[in-house]
Design a protein around this ligand. Structure first.
Ligand SMILES: Nc1nc2c(ncn2[C@@H]2O[C@H](COP(=O)(O)OP(=O)(O)OP(=O)(O)O)[C@@H](O)[C@H]2O)c(=O)[nH]1
Length: 444
């Protein structure tokens, strides 16, 4: 069907040169998906498309040359699939892949195919030797365009996500503008054709591969269809030169927007990975709380803020009591779950601006900005008693666990000295029998 489309609506009379040969891309995908099973299907499809044309035009042995053309098409698809699988086993991922793709999916196999098809046409008496170069250029560009439009669209359909299906209004609008720009350029204002570059670049930067694939397919087919009616900026007196110009133009549009999209995807991936590791670097894996590094940084920030503004804050250190027993009796896995459960319970009780971190095995640190020691004392006592009363449930078993807490109101005291003081309070809480909150005011 796409071959017929190429030979009818998308072809230039009287030479019947197809401006876009989508079967080259479809054949490639058939071989990539089904291997040698694709041979009869590609062969028959090509024969069905070529036979009526050649039978009508060939001086002699039309059917014979149609069979040769079908054989060349089949060989071309199989060879392209081999090269793509060999040199781009992961598909198109990086912007550099577009260069590899152009070389191994367009230039090498399509150059070879176009040469063989031209020889076949010349041999059948369909074209003269002097027309060889024109036909070679047209066949090469039409086949390459087919691969360049179909393969990326196929890849995007494979990884189609809900995001692509949602089709943002801005993307839809730009897709319609691109189509409109083609129509206006071909009917009235030739210069408008250059608008297609920024419009497709916008889609490449903001949309999914699927959005770009559809936009490209629509604008390329529309422009080639209108060119085949003799319209548009590329309708030159020298018809073949005009054809080659137009096909080169749409080839470049497809190529550049595809490279821009892949580059943008690379940037997005890099940003996502960077954000992931940035978060990981300040979090504790087991509990999801902040880790010591982040806690110390926030503590120093708060100390400096206190020096500037005089707003005091409270620092607490918390250590689970007899936690070793849980590990010894139930194993480390249960111990881990209890730790995670404690972290979740503590976090739930705190304000959003409080910074809770796991700074050691079963030791937690808490920074409570803009709060008095009396208010903090109440909050910490609530934490302690909630943990004591609720315990932590793991696999249906509730583990009784308590926590000892040391806390003090802080001012501009260096953080290391501050933590030493709070640690002494925690030590005191342990020695006083555990499961209690010990605190004093700054300067005490
Ligand atoms: N499951 C688990 N256990 C941990 C982890 N980190 C430290 N521990 C254990 O926590 C226990 C801490 O034991 P101790 O330092 O003796 O303290 P304790 O048993 O809680 O007793 P006190 O602190 O004196 O009340 C040890 O058994 C460590 O192996 C962890 O990430 N997962």
């Amino acid at each position: 069907m796409t071959a017929l489309l190429g030979m009818t609506i998308l072809s230039l009379p009287p030479g019947n040169i197809s401006l876009l040969w989508l079967p080259s891309g479809i054949g490639l995908i058939m071989f990539m998906r089904t291997g040698l099973l694709a041979i009869p299907f590609v062969f028959i499809a090509s024969l069905a498309a070529n036979l009526p044309q050649m039978d009508a035009a060939m001086l002699n042995h039309g059917a014979y040359h149609a069979v040769v053309a079908a054989f060349i098409d089949t060989l071309s698809s199989a060879f392209t699939a081999f090269l793509v699988q060999r040199f781009l086993p992961q598909g198109l991922r990086k912007s550099w892949d577009v260069a590899v793709f152009v070389l191994f999916a367009c230039i090498v196999p399509m150059g070879m195919t176009s040469l063989l098809l031209c020889v076949n046409l010349w041999w059948g008496g369909y074209i003269g030797l002097e027309q060889g170069m024109d036909y070679f250029q047209a066949l090469f560009l039409a086949d390459s365009l087919g691969v360049l439009l179909v393969y990326p669209l196929y890849l995007s359909l494979q990884n189609l996500s809900w995001k692509a299906l949602s089709w943002p209004k801005s993307i839809l609008l730009v897709q319609l503008c691109a189509l409109l720009a083609v129509v206006v350029a071909f009917l009235w204002l030739p210069g408008v054709i250059y608008l297609i570059f920024p419009l497709l670049t916008f889609i490449a930067l903001r949309g999914c591969p699927y959005h770009l694939g559809i936009a490209l397919m629509l604008s390329v087919i529309t422009s080639l269809m209108m060119a085949s009616m003799g319209l548009g900026p590329f309708a030159l007196a020298e018809q073949n030169a005009g054809i080659v110009l137009l096909m080169s133009f749409v080839f470049c549009i497809a190529l550049v927007s595809l490279a821009v999209m892949l580059h943008q995807q690379e940037l997005n991936d890099a940003n996502r990975i960077q954000a992931f590791w940035r978060e990981k670097a300040i979090h504790d894996d087991l509990t999801g709380l902040y880790n010591r590094v982040h806690f110390m940084r926030r503590l120093e920030e708060e100390r400096q803020r206190c020096e500037r503004t005089g707003i005091q804050y409270v620092v607490a250190l918390m250590d689970l009591d007899w936690f070793k027993k849980i590990n010894d009796q139930h194993g480390h896995i249960v111990g881990d779950r209890v730790l995670a459960g404690v972290a979740a319970l503590l976090q739930k009780q705190l304000r959003q601006i409080d910074v809770l971190a796991r700074i050691g095995g079963e030791e937690f640190a808490l920074l409570m900005p803009g709060i008095s020691i009396e208010q903090a004392g109440q909050a910490l006592e609530r934490l302690r008693s909630t943990l004591e009363l609720q315990g932590i449930s793991v696999n249906g078993t509730t583990h009784n666990i308590t926590v000892s807490i040391g806390a003090m109101q802080a001012d501009g005291t260096p953080v290391e000295i501050l933590l030493q003081k709070v640690d002494r309070l925690l030590y005191h809480a342990k020695h006083q029998g555990r499961n209690r909150v010990e605190m004093y005011l700054a300067g005490q």
